[in-house]
Ligand binder design. Sequence first.
Ligand SMILES: [Zn+2]
Ligand SMILES: [Zn+2]
Length: 615
Amino acid sequence: MNARSPRLLIALAILALLSSVAAAQEPPLRSITYQLSMSRPVSHLFEVQIIVELPEQLKDKPLQFQMPRWSPGRYAVFDFAKNVQEFRANGPVTRVDDQTWSVATQGATSITVSYKVFGNDLSGTFSQLDSRHANYNGGSIFMYVVGHKPDPVKLKIQPPAGWKIVNGRMEQSGQTEWQFPNWDILIDTPTEIAPDWTEDIFVVDGKKYHVVVHSLGPEGGKRAALVKDIEKIVRAEVAMWGAPEFEEYTFLIHFAADNHSGDGMEHLTSTQIIEPGALADAGMYEDTLGTVAHEFFHVWNVKRLRPQGLGPWDFTRPANTRGLWVAEGFTNYYGHLMMRRAGLWDDTRFLKREAQTITGIENAQGSRLMSAEESSLEAPFLDDAPHAQLTNLRNTTISYYPKGELIGMVMDLLVRGRTNGKASLDDVMRDMYEEFYLKSPNNSYYLRGRGYQTEDLERVASRRAGFDFSDFFKRYVRDVEMLPYEKAFAYVGLRLVKTQAKEPFNAGLSIEFDDPRAAVVENVRNYSPAEDAGLQSGDEIVSVAGGKPAKDSWLKTLARFKTGDSVPVTVKRDRRTIQTKMVLREPERFEYRIEEQPGATAEQKALRAAWLSGR
Ligand SMILES: [Zn+2]
Ligand SMILES: [Zn+2]
């Protein structure tokens, strides 16, 4: 709908006037130049210099430099300012608050500030400088000038001798200087600097793809095959969405070989992917492709088609958005589906993966307590957030990733089923991309288009499907009802089978076995047999059913009992020994699998084939 009422036009004219007045109050800076050097890699200290040229009107106003509290794509607050040290300027400096430094300009037309920032985490959010490389994510090292995030910025990098720079905005090899339209794009450009990364290139529909790999362990000769499989994923996703908006795109992939670093982070023209093992290790190849399928889908869903609230951002407080179950959840769904469409998984593998997600969500207590939209609003607490105080989040929350994945799958099947295959969620997503990205007027300096509300998706899906999705959104998106899986799967001749798990009881108890000396109660589910028995998190378990619990066998021990039986438990708490009994209730753990519906018709099978193949 494009018709606009005269009243709306007047309101828009006033808004335009107001924003030009606001802009007139604070003219852009004449230039902002970032210089990044790393003279002592083993210190993990990035050296940042920011040179600001001031226009006449601003030369008597203090300039504020601010470290963001968090950075896009990860919603937890990390307070990057905690790693800043030695802030200096060519004017008096006042630390205003935990994230802000103010510099008095005193009539100067050029202000230079410098600081160091510590970084020793290889991730999609933090930064790492060490003897092997520099890998940075701009939000964790670059301050912005308050009030001037929209201004163009220049970046100059001075790498250590023999180290080469690469990122998703290279214009030529050996480049050391970049011009960005604004600070947001500067920090959307993660960068790798090392002597020994490799680069492979492929072309799809005239667009160039760079696969940059920094292997910190053996590759086992698998890199060439990896690049070929990445190309298959790119082809499958481009086939759904159409041509991406960029000319070139870069996969920045690390095989960290440190057994702990792992991440994937989306950007406009690149992605950072970090795997904990070496490429030669079992499972790493597959894992990387799964992450590639997810992150590349973000080129459209989240980086360009985005929920309201996702850019430009206020970095003094966490982002609040209702749409992460679409942004991340649908991306999870399509990440898996694209592995199938790219020919890297078969039907069985894909259906098994979705059944695993159903098992996870339907066994979680939080599923009946937290809706997909609430989960999205709690992202600052959930998305890798550090918690100094103990929380009950394990019992009360679900993640918008798997919940959104299942909403996406069920919506897709309902649209396909109700339209006899004439439409699908693919169409809905393309409609959304067109309406909110390609054809919507820019509502900020940051990026084309504007953010959508979840009500917009409800409307676009209803229009495409030819039936009203409002009841669906009310029950399954904004409330906590179990999704209508059976109805959805029936359209494609499949059914969901729920079975009791082989180890059906856990009494609501989860046990931490990290310390070889003691098994400790990690979590007690609310209203569970373990809670009724008086067990608390932190209790050291001496015995369950007469024996010391072991990681691999304690659920098997419980499986020897049946509903109504009492299981003796002994724990140590506050230097006392406590004996109690857990009375087992109905089985608590279930498994789900998706299987062929007996007597599935040719029409159902054809719908299924279209769904899985994308044709
Ligand atoms: Zn590296
Ligand atoms: Zn994602």
